[in-house]
Ligand binder design. Structure first.
Ligand SMILES: [Zn+2]
Length: 298
């Protein structure tokens, strides 16, 4: 094939390839929502990705899965020609770090709480598959902060909650807070006790965060019942806190009455929270079991 034929053929190939690619891009654009000051969120599959895409910075918070991470990155490249400065993982779970390999080598830094790479390694050891080895290499123990363009990004650890390594990520100028999985908006949350979760401290975290950030902060949530959505305000943190408190109260009441663990955990929904989504993969009984174990130190 001569050079002219080669060019012709590759341009045809490119034109053909552009068609499905274009529709993919169109789909992924629908998954982008801007919140404030070039900060927004991306939903496709897995935990909500937070992003900053301005004329002087590109940042993503969480990475979903390899394919959706690619869609997210492509969509962000339409918004800014800046390189990806930063990927922050709010915690180690696969639906928040599964796309790390897509961002690895593209992102200048991958940041997380110091327990996140440890918990990812532990998960790899326990699974049969290849595992995700795109670990965050920039870690912190209490708090971390970076100035980037005209934004300042903070990550802070408030102790064990949904796991033993949850960060709250704050875009200070935009006044947007990514809660990771510390909020499942109107949903019975997954509680990962083998990874160090604590429902009791989780309740404290939600009170502290609600007080610490400005009253008009916009919050991004890892997951949500669809009708309620993956963003909200301070009051929504209060609802999650009240739910977790009710879970602890129900377990404590049963313990005080001398009921068995099976009797205490035999419950499908909480009366005052019957509008919550109770998914099958992790039930209220599972959370009552965690609460029972915490309260009895078993
Ligand atoms: Zn999670």
């Amino acid at each position: 094939m001569d050079r002219r034929q080669f060019l012709l053929r590759s341009s045809l190939l490119a034109a053909g390839a552009a068609l499905p690619f274009k529709s993919l891009l169109a789909n992924s654009r629908e998954n982008f929502t801007t919140l404030r000051r070039n900060v927004g969120y991306f939903t496709e599959r897995g935990g909500t990705i937070g992003w900053l895409a301005s004329s002087n910075a590109m940042v993503v918070v969480d990475s979903q899965y390899p394919e959706t991470a690619k869609n997210c990155l492509n969509g962000l490249r339409d918004k800014t020609d800046q390189p990806l400065n930063l990927l922050i993982n709010t915690h180690h779970h696969g639906d928040h770090t599964g796309g790390n390999p897509t961002f690895k080598g593209v992102a200048k830094k991958i940041v997380a709480h110091e327990n996140v790479p440890k918990l990812m390694k532990k998960a790899n050891e326990e699974s049969d598959g290849e595992g995700n080895t795109a670990y965050p290499e920039t870690t912190y123990s209490e708090s971390w902060k970076m100035d980037l363009g005209d934004e300042t990004i903070h990550a802070k650890y408030y102790g064990p909650g949904h796991t033993g390594g949850d960060s709250v990520v704050y875009f200070e100028k935009a006044n947007v807070v990514h809660m990771g999985d510390l909020v499942f908006n109107r949903m019975n949350p997954y509680t990962d006790r083998p990874s160090g979760a604590s429902i009791q401290n989780w309740v404290k975290i939600l009170s502290t965060v609600a007080e610490e950030y400005p009253a008009d902060a916009i919050y991004i949530f890892g997951h949500a019942k669809p009708e309620y959505g993956v963003t909200g305000e301070k009051e929504d943190l209060g609802v999650m806190k009240d739910y977790l408190t009710a879970v602890l109260d129900h377990a404590q009441k049963g313990i005080d009455e001398g009921l068995s663990k099976d009797e205490i955990t035999d419950k499908k929904s909480l009366e005052e929270f019957d509008h919550f989504l109770y998914a099958d993969f992790w039930t209220l009984s599972d959370n009552l079991g965690v609460a029972y174990e915490e309260l009895t130190q078993s």
